[in-house]
Write a protein that binds this ligand. Structure first.
Ligand SMILES: Cc1cc2nc3c(=O)[nH]c(=O)nc-3n(C[C@H](O)[C@H](O)[C@H](O)COP(=O)(O)OP(=O)(O)OC[C@H]3O[C@@H](n4cnc5c(N)ncnc54)[C@H](O)[C@@H]3O)c2cc1C
Length: 247
């Protein structure tokens, strides 16, 4: 999976602070400089004041201001299984690569065997990998080699069958029924900072599956560059807790 930030609200932490300060100001804040809006907040510099205010908001569960800033990310090659999980989050906007208008007719099934087009779960190749719902613990090399072979055979055959159905004139949206749930898809998703923290509460947690955990961690890493005070604090003090971001 590859992920890139396409677009994000500029100066997100100024927007968050302006929104929060609006709630307690009698004057109209849009006509004031940011320095003036932040007057009275503890801190020597405007950045320190932002830290103070954002920290206060996060500690006190005042999450509304974090809904005003949004990021759009482009994800390459998540599995359709992971897509089914992430698209359950209703406050995220998605665009999903179509299997009606995009046909995978030029992929060589032999390459699919080697990892193209279908995501290979680590449990198919790593003897030490222990999945949450796995029966038993680590397995020997021989068993994993067998798993790898069964998995590779299965996905290669599925893609070969799909392409044969296309050759027989079946429309792509029907031929796709034989493709595995691990088939890769490119997705554009837009979400606000509060929603990202909520998703991280659920999907960066130990009981989430490895792929959506990886996706969430990657988005969090991008968010830490885009909106640093907020996501550094999320990482340091809120992650792996139930923060009642969506009570
Ligand atoms: C480890 C794990 C296992 C899961 N297993 C399954 C499973 O087996 N089967 C399955 O179907 N799902 C499963 N889910 C999905 C889960 O049940 C949620 O549907 C999904 O995570 C979306 O999160 P959310 O409910 O917080 O809603 P979001 O869409 O992220 O919405 C955020 C918040 O907005 C509020 N909200 C949004 N819409 C409504 C509404 N219509 N009514 C009231 N409040 C609303 C809620 O407070 C909600 O928490 C699993 C999730 C996890 C993390």
């Amino acid at each position: 999976m590859d992920i890139q930030l396409l677009e994000a609200t500029p100066n997100p932490e100024e927007v968050i602070c302006r929104a929060a300060r609006n709630d307690y100001m009698s004057e109209y804040g849009a006509e004031q400089s940011f320095e003036s809006v932040m007057e009275g907040i503890e801190g020597e510099t405007t950045e320190e004041k932002q830290r103070t205010l954002i920290s206060h908001l996060l500690n006190h569960g005042h999450f509304g201001p974090f809904e005003h800033v949004q990021a759009t990310v482009h994800v390459k090659g998540m599995s359709r299984s992971c897509m089914a999980q992430i698209t359950r989050h209703r406050h995220v906007s998605f665009d999903v690569q179509s299997m009606r208008y995009v046909a995978f007719d030029d992929v060589d099934p032999a390459d699919v065997r080697e990892g193209e087009l279908v995501v290979t779960p680590p449990s198919a190749t790593d003897p030490d990998w222990i999945g949450r719902n796995q029966k038993g613990g680590a397995v020997d090399e021989e068993t994993v080699e067998k798993r790898r072979e069964v998995f590779a055979e299965s996905v290669e055959r599925a893609v070969a069958d799909y392409q044969e159905l296309l050759d027989l004139g079946m429309p792509p949206e029907d031929a796709r029924f034989v493709l595995p749930i691990g088939t890769e898809v490119n997705v554009v998703m837009s979400l606000n900072a509060r929603m990202l923290m909520h998703i991280a509460d659920m999907r960066a947690a130990a009981d989430a599956q490895w792929e959506i955990r990886g996706l969430t961690e990657d988005i969090l890493a991008l968010a830490e560059e885009w909106c640093p005070i907020t996501f550094e604090q999320y990482e340091a003090t809120m992650k792996n807790r139930k923060n009642r971001l969506a009570p």
